[in-house]
Design a protein around this ligand. Structure first.
Ligand code: GLC
Length: 403
């Protein structure tokens, strides 16, 4: 682990960028040379293990580009566009994208606060967090059914996951090019509908995603704790209540035979594709202990589904869409392992969590800080010098809901 920590420090220092008095980290200098929302939350979680000041800066740069309506964009370009490997996308705005990503901010700020108890920092970021989560709770839930909607699969952070094939109108076997074409169309439609999220979701992509909603529930719990630290008990009670509302709606609309599925359309049709996200409810502690046990035994530890040589594949082996090299359609990613690791600890599955940690660490030792890994051979794939590998440093039991 000492070697991994050293390598992680080196990557973070090479990937660090400064603009005026702001600072952020690029996920990979060659493949992802900008700032991304959930990446920066992961970065802050990792940086707390090195220098809390850098973790705070990572958050502050994100917040500085918050939209008037509370949304925080998932990409910030910062510097004038130069030709890079990353395709230029017409978002309808110059400096940022016009969609968001899973709301990991409250969790990241909670980790930072736990380290230093800096109330001044907390006071300065809290209004931004409040407005971001309020945006999701209102604009993204126009029917008040207590499920948060996404308007592009990119908002889940898992761009081409087979969870979104049905709403994108694509077959289980497809090319990345076909998938990107559909997502770019959604970007253009978002511009056409003047970034009106309820309108856009209703007309083009009405999806309630399991991991997005699970991440929301867990983060609302941490946001309530943050509000409590500032003596704001009214906000704290509100965030706890809405987290409970989302949890019950997830149980009502998403659950079948003990498994949660994302839904699409206004009738909440279940998208019955097993991806790692079936374990995301563990992170949010939405399951009862007996249900969690069943889920883990039936699916996570099942060699025909998720228990590969290098778990956890992002898509179950028995899905027709499974592709061990297919980006979010099979490979193991360290961030998804981190979510499951924390989720397992929420339910006291220490030994299995330890195995995930060992296997994640093993992947980095074998193949380096790569973007994702073949779940059968452990081969490193995608971007190099990719920051997310640093999350293994945070696989330490800290930051569970029980805390
Ligand atoms: C890819 C990933 C997304 C991530 C981004 C930057 O688009 O799918 O989750 O935020 O790269 O690393």
């Amino acid at each position: 682990m000492a070697d991994i920590k050293e390598e992680c420090r080196r990557i973070f220092s090479n990937n660090r960028r400064k603009v005026r008095d702001l600072q952020y980290t690029v996920p990979s200098p060659s493949a992802y040379p900008y700032q991304w929302l959930w990446d920066s939350c992961f970065h802050a979680i990792i940086l707390v293990h090195f220098k809390t000041g850098d973790a705070k800066k990572e958050i502050l740069s994100l917040l500085s580009k918050q939209f008037q309506n509370g949304m925080i964009p998932h990409m910030i370009y910062w510097k004038k566009y130069k030709k890079t490997n990353f395709p230029r996308i017409k978002w309808g705005k110059e400096e940022t994208s016009t969609i968001t990503q899973p709301p990991m901010l409250a969790f990241a700020v909670w980790q930072i606060f736990q380290k230093e108890k800096d109330k001044l920092f907390l006071r300065s970021v809290y209004p931004h967090l409040y407005h971001f989560y309020r945006y999701l709770l209102t604009e993204r839930d126009p029917h008040e059914n207590h499920l948060i909607g996404i308007m592009n699969s990119d908002e889940s952070g898992e761009d081409n996951s087979p969870r979104f094939d049905l709403p994108l109108g694509l077959p289980p076997v497809q090319t990345l090019k076909e998938n990107i074409k559909r997502r770019l169309k959604l970007v253009a439609q978002n511009i056409e509908c003047k970034f009106d999220a309820p309108f856009c979701m209703r007309n083009f992509f009405w999806v309630k995603d399991i991991s997005f909603n699970s991440i929301m529930v867990a983060n609302l719990a941490f946001l309530a704790k943050l509000a409590g630290e500032l003596g704001n008990s009214e906000d704290a009670a509100y965030f706890i209540k809405v987290a409970e509302d989302i949890s019950s709606a997830m149980r009502q609309f998403m659950r079948e035979d003990g498994v949660f599925y994302s839904t699409y359309g206004e009738e909440y049709k279940k998208i019955k594709v097993k991806t790692w996200a079936i374990f995301a409810p563990l992170f949010a502690k939405i399951l009862k202990p007996q249900e969690a046990k069943q889920l883990v035994n039936r699916h996570l530890l099942n060699k025909k589904e998720f228990w590969t040589n290098f778990p956890i594949p992002t898509t179950s082996l028995d899905e027709p869409s499974f592709d061990p090299q297919g980006y979010w359609r099979g490979p193991t990613w360290i961030a998804t392992n981190w979510f499951v690791y924390k989720g397992l600890l929420n339910y006291g599955f220490r030994d299995i969590a330890e195995e995930i940690k060992k296997s994640s660490t093993g992947l980095i030792q074998k193949s380096g800080f790569r973007e994702y890994f073949n779940p059968q051979t452990g081969e490193g794939l995608g971007a190099e010098n990719f920051t997310w590998g640093g999350l293994v440093i945070d696989m330490d039991g800290f930051g569970t809901i029980n805390e």
